[in-house]
Structure formats: structure tokens, C-alpha cells
Design a protein around this ligand. Sequence first.
Ligand SMILES: Cc1cc2nc3c(=O)[nH]c(=O)nc-3n(C[C@H](O)[C@H](O)[C@H](O)COP(=O)(O)OP(=O)(O)OC[C@H]3O[C@@H](n4cnc5c(N)ncnc54)[C@H](O)[C@@H]3O)c2cc1C
Length: 222
Amino acid sequence: MSSVQYVMADIDINPHATIFYIGNEVAPEGYPLGLPQGQTGGKRWVSGSPAKKSGKGHRAKDYLDKFVKQKFPHGKTIECIVGGVSVCRPLDCTVADGLMLAGDAARVVDPLTGGGIYNAMFTGKLAAETAAACIAKGDTSKKALMAYDKAWRASPMGKTIERNYHIKEYMIKQSDEKMNAIIHSVSKLDLKEFSTLSLVKELLKANPKLLVELGTLAASLR
Ligand SMILES: Cc1cc2nc3c(=O)[nH]c(=O)nc-3n(C[C@H](O)[C@H](O)[C@H](O)COP(=O)(O)OP(=O)(O)OC[C@H]3O[C@@H](n4cnc5c(N)ncnc54)[C@H](O)[C@@H]3O)c2cc1C
């Protein structure tokens, strides 16, 4: 996905909240997301748009500009960052003879949230540990380095990426009306500890029909 991020000042929103706007009008297959930024009161707004819907008027920047103009006509954009965010599955194999891929290069971004910083750090550390052990043994062949590939796939991070890929694929196919109905069903939710999984579980509780629609994936969410 093409993504663009603005750091903004002079906008009046709750500094303690993270806000997501979902919908085909604001960002098809993506979402503008607002995050608090330090103690200055500044906020980050991020938006994405899939390559298949890009083109004039449909670039991530076009969507974010339209959104920002409507929501914060007096806000100031003080920084702009653009980049690609992989929302696909990770690479089939992330090692070769004398080569290891971590982070975005391995496509280990969470496909549902677009978050890749933790995953890049986690796979980077694991790759370094495996590399050090392999170098010490004098064997940096693909076969020896596969320990790294296997370890991250078996980790909670690897499993979360696979699960969230399916949830994302399901969600991007739903209409705005259906997404509104799903989200409103848990609008009074009081989650003591917020996580993507706890939210998805609550969504399933409130919308049992989703279990059938999600098929085999649902079993791993209960
Ligand atoms: C707009 C936007 C907003 C995002 N927001 C979030 C967020 O809020 N939370 C989150 O978790 N993730 C977010 N992400 C995703 C996150 O930024 C990435 O997943 C993460 O930075 C990946 O880390 P990395 O080290 O794998 O790659 P990178 O951070 O891309 O680092 C790769 C580095 O390699 C350098 N490089 C490239 N080629 C060469 C070369 N040939 N020689 C030497 N150096 C080279 C690059 O300059 C770069 O510094 C966002 C991404 C974008 C685009």
C-alpha cells in the first residue's frame, strides 16, 4: 500500500486517543489513523491506498488531503512522510545462502494495522542471534539459516501476521454499511486491556454470523 503521514499542529482532538476512520470514501482498503505525538499536542495522521485504486485523485495523499481539509481546516502540517507498507503475506522464504531478510524486506508488517516497527526489531534481533550462532559454527548456508525463518514464523508475531492477514482480507471486502453495523455493535465496549485480538473477539461475540463468514480462521480466534 502507498502510505502518507502528516505530523500536524493546531488541531483540536483528544491527545489520549488513537482514532481510526474506516470506509471507502475516506480510504479504500485502508484507514486514516490519528496518533498522539509527544507532549507538544501534535498529532500524526496516516493514510493508505492500495495500488489498484491509485491514480490521480486516488493516491494516499489525495485521500489524506481531503480528510485533513474537512476535519482540520485550520491545522498545520509540519512534517510529511511517505512510503510503501506491505499488507500482503510475508515472503515464502526469508533466507538464502549467506543472506537473511528481516523487517519490511521480509514483509513482516502486520497486514491489518500496517505496524512494522516492532516486527522489524523482533526479526532483526532474531536474525542477528541466528547469524552469530551460524558464523560461530562456520556454516551460513541456507539450511543453517533456516532456523531463523522457522523461529519467527512459529513466534506469536508470525502467527499474528497470518491471522491478521485473513481478517484484513475479510474486512476489505465488506461494504461501509456492514462495517458500520459491525463497529456499532461494540461501540459501548469497555476493554480493560486493548489489543487487536480482544477487539476481534468482541466483534465475533456481538456478530456470531461473522464466525461462519470467517470460516476456518474463526477457530483460532476463540
Ligand atoms: C507513512 C508510514 C507510517 C508508518 N507508521 C507506522 C507506525 O505508526 N507504527 C509501526 O509500527 N509501523 C509504521 N510504519 C511501518 C514501519 O515504518 C516499517 O515497518 C518499519 O520502519 C520497517 O523497518 P525496517 O528496518 O525493516 O525498514 P526501514 O525502516 O525502511 O529501514 C531500512 C533502511 O535501509 C536503508 N537502505 C535502503 N537501501 C539501502 C542501501 N542500498 N544501502 C544502505 N541502506 C539502505 C533505508 O534508507 C532505511 O533507512 C509506517 C510506514 C509508513 C510508510
